[in-house]
Every structure is written in C-alpha cells, then in structure tokens.
Design a protein around this ligand. Structure first.
Ligand code: PEP
Ligand code: MG
Length: 324
C-alpha cells in the first residue's frame, strides 16, 4: 500500500467527480517541513505554539518567538500557516507558570489565560505579526473560545498589536483570524463567531471530550470517548452548515480529521479543510480520491440518521472496505 500512497504525493485531494478539499498538517516542535511539502499538503492548519513553550524553563521572549514563527512561515510560504495562540492549562501545563485548578479541563485554559495576561498575549501576537513581515501567509487562531466577548477581545488585541508595530514603522499585514470550535457553547454560537472572524476551526478532540463529558486521559472512561458518537457528528455537521451559509471556511483540526473512515463524511458536510499529522495525510487523500461527492453525500445522510455509534462505525467500515 505504501507504494500506492507514494504515487499520491503530487495528486490533488479531489473526489472522483472533481470536488476538492484542503489537506493541511498539524505542527508543534520544529517539523520535518520537506517531507510535509513532498506529500503535497496545502500548508499548516494548526501550529500548536505551546509546544516550544513547554520544553523551555521560561517564557520565550518576543525576539525568540519571532525567530520560531518566521522559520515556519518561511518554510511553508506561500502556503498558509495557521498559528494558534498559546493554549496552556487543561492538559498542557508549563512548569514555570503554575495553574492549580481542581478541574483543569473546566478551568483556566486557552484564551482565558491569555486574556487575563494581555502582556503574554501581546508579546506573542507581536511576534507572530513580525514573523509575517514581507510574507503574508500567516493566519492566527484562538483556542477554547466559549463566549463571543473572548473572540472580540482577542481580535481587538491583534489590531492593537498591529497598530503598535505600524507606529514602530513596520508595514504589517492583516492576517486572517479564526476561532476554534471546541467547546459545545461555540457550536451554538458558530453563526455569531462566523460573523466576527475570517474562519472557524473545529477542535474535535476537545469538542468530543466536552460534548461527551469524557476525559480521554482517564482510562476508566476512555472507551466512552467516541468521535463517531451521533452527538459529535451532528455538532460538526451543524458548524459546517453554518460555515457554508455564512461563506466562512471551516477546517477540522482534531484527530477526527486524520480518521480515513470519517473523511468522506467531513467532505460531504462541505468542510473546507482537514488538518492532521503528516503521517495520516496520504491515507486520507487516498480515501478522498476513492469516493465521489455524491457517494459521500449519501453516506453522510445515512450516518446522520443513525442513533448508535456502532451503527455509524459499521457504515464507514463497510464503505471503506468497498474501496479496497
Ligand atoms: C482539539 O482540541 O481538537 C485540538 C486540535 O487542539 P488540542 O488537541 O491541541 O487541544
Ligand atoms: Mg483543543
């Protein structure tokens, strides 16, 4: 199969009847850029900026961050690179920034921490904007949005950072800004978020965790964590519908995007892009190229009418097996 996958590298992620979907990679620590470009990715759909912060013993300063981000932006240019603002707390802690919540997954994490510490946030935003000078392939996205006010405040802080840099004489770009949809509240406010931002990105890992009330890292309940749970599929579908209606691109950047069985369903929802680890990309591309859009649409209709995760699992398994 690997020989077959290799042939796919230069081919587009297009269905048999000509419908395209963007395929992006998730990155964190300095990634193997060449091999990502070789397999024909469209850019970076999620760069987890907290990973370089986690391996240090203090916050990297603005200059150091400019170097980190610029290296990435340059390597992928002209393809877009989506830098996610610092997403600490929950399952991602920094040794030098203690957060002692009794329930970390429901606590101080993601955008909440950044809005409470605008000095940390502004340093990162300025570094991102400076890294993009003369390039123009930067997108910025905000994690763990659960209230419109958070998205609005984050957008304002980006504009403030741009103004500061302009006052310092720089010709700053105006990057596209996006909200992650990974808290159930954001699913129900997707339309309002779409009206305020340039794109939405579904973080299916956290979204499934919060919809199902299952901590994936707790072995006692890990089996209940299920991306094919009808509630998860319907939530993702409703965000995709909002995106289509508002004409705002929607990406899926959680593990769901890397699941070859789910790819035809996401395609049929008219999700614009999937972002995943490099290792999964060719397999997902192969699946996309094996289906027609109408076939995928049919499959989605069946999946959305199902009441049990096991039914959906059997459906997608059969559909994939039918493709060899
Ligand atoms: C997600 O929650 O799906 C996501 C992409 O972000 P992370 O896994 O970094 O929380
Ligand atoms: Mg997340």
């Amino acid at each position: 199969i690997s020989e077959r996958l290799k042939e796919l590298q230069s081919l587009p992620a297009m269905t048999l009847d000509g419908v395209n979907i963007g395929l992006y990679v998730n990155t964190g620590l300095v990634a193997d850029v060449n091999s990502s470009l070789e397999i024909g990715c469209d850019g970076v759909g999620l760069h987890r900026t907290e990973l370089p912060f986690m391996i240090r013993d203090r916050f990297p300063g603005e200059e150091e961050q400019v170097r980190l981000y610029r290296e990435l932006l340059q390597a992928y240019a002209p393809r877009v690179v989506t830098l996610r603002t610092l997403d600490i707390g929950g399952d991602k802690m920094l040794s030098y920034f203690p957060i002692a919540d009794e329930y970390p997954l429901l606590g101080w994490r993601g955008i909440r921490v950044m809005l409470d510490h605008p000095e940390i946030f502004m340093t990162q935003l300025r570094a991102m904007l400076r890294a993009d000078l003369g390039l123009g392939n930067l997108q910025i996205m905000f994690p763990m949005i659960s209230r419109l006010e958070e998205a609005e405040e984050a957008v304002q802080l980006v504009q403030r950072a741009r103004k500061q840099l302009r006052e310092d004489g720089m010709t700053v770009n105006n990057p596209k800004l996006g909200a992650m949809i990974e808290v159930p509240a954001a699913v129900y406010q997707a339309e309002s978020l779409a009206n305020r931002l340039d794109f939405l990105s579904i973080g299916s890992n956290d979204l499934a965790q919060y919809l199902l009330a299952v901590d994936r890292n707790n072995p006692r309940v890990a089996a209940l964590y299920d991306e094919l749970h009808p509630a998860v599929l319907r939530a993702v579908n409703s965000v995709a519908e909002v995106g289509c209606q508002a004409n705002v691109p929607v990406c899926v950047c959680g593990e769901m995007a890397a699941n070859p069985g789910i790819a035809p369903l996401l395609l049929a929802m008219r999700v614009n892009a999937l972002s995943m680890s490099r290792a999964s990309l060719l397999r997902v591309k192969w699946v996309i190229r094996s289906f027609s859009f109408s076939e995928a649409k049919e499959l989605l209709g069946q999946a959305l009418s199902m009441e049990y995760p096991e039914e959906v699992r059997a459906l997608v398994r059969n559909a994939l097996e039918g493709k060899g």
